[in-house]
Write a protein that binds this ligand. Structure first.
Ligand code: 13P
Length: 258
């Protein structure tokens, strides 16, 4: 079976600008040593570095795209510490919206995230909306209700064409940075549910990339990426070093090249 994948690394608050440049050069070099991978159009490689690394990373690699870890919904003004969409123009393709740390550490709520999704479209970025349940919610049997609520509220008011252009990252909060990965069955079950929900929102629901995130590493990426309705991975810890991240990219290549 041939599939298309997005292999994304979310660096969170790691790597200075110079460390980021070093990483990009090293990963780009490793990809160049594998011409079949360098030519492969069905695998998109994406890194979400710190904001200050975006400008220095510009043009370093043709193969590795950059995304922003967040975006603010106002263009300019008295919003200390926020990042304007105007400042991201020309630097990123994707913007991450509603990562679980934004929701749970910084208290972002669905209505703010919906504004951010709309802002991303206004400025020509592809929003990658993150959704996922906590352990308490999973154990209380609320996973599916919560996923539906986050998806409905996050995508509220968007046209079917816009919804067709979003990416969704399912990241169960209990699997982030804990070493606990959702089992392939657990991940597939939620991904299929998200696909069904998207069916009601756009005729292009099959083409929307659904990424899984939460303790993805070289040892489990092949199995995760082999699941139906999983079109990529959003990797935290294992994306910080070139070797494991490259191994995850290679596991996606094994699937597309089959
Ligand atoms: P880990 O891969 O470190 O669990 O982080 C996942 C994540 O939050 C990616 O956005």
């Amino acid at each position: 079976m041939k599939k298309e994948f997005i292999i994304a690394g979310n660096w969170k608050m790691h790597h200075t600008a110079s460390e980021s440049i070093e990483f990009f050069k090293a990963l780009d070099g490793k990809i160049a040593e594998h011409p079949e991978l360098a030519r492969e159009k069905r695998i998109e490689i994406l890194i979400f570095p710190s904001f200050i690394s975006l400008y220095p990373l510009k043009g370093i690699s043709q193969k590795i795209k950059t995304g922003a870890q967040d975006i603010f919904f106002e263009e300019k003004g008295a919003f200390t510490g926020e990042i304007s969409p105007l400042m991201l123009q020309g630097l990123v393709t994707y913007v991450l919206i509603g990562h679980s740390e934004r929701r749970h550490v910084f208290g972002e709520i669905d209505s703010d995230l919906n504004k951010k999704v709309k802002t991303a479209f206004k400025f020509g970025f592809s929003p990658m909306l993150c959704i996922g349940e906590t352990l308490v919610e999973r154990e209380a049997g609320k996973t599916f209700d919560l996923i539906k609520e986050q998806l409905d509220k996050g995508l509220e008011g968007l046209s079917a064409e816009e919804i067709a252009a979003v990416a969704i990252a399912y990241e169960p909060v209990w699997a982030i940075g804990t070493g606990k990965t959702a089992s392939p069955d657990q991940a597939r079950e939620v991904h299929s549910f998200i696909r069904e929900l998207l069916k009601e929102k756009t005729p292009a629901f099959r083409d929307i990339p659904l990424l899984y995130g939460g303790s993805v590493k070289p040892g489990n990426s092949f199995e995760i990426l082999s699941q139906k309705d999983i079109n990529g991975v959003l990797v935290g810890g294992a994306s910080l070093k070139v070797e494991p991240f490259f191994d995850i990219i290679q596991s996606s290549y094994k699937i597309v090249a089959k």
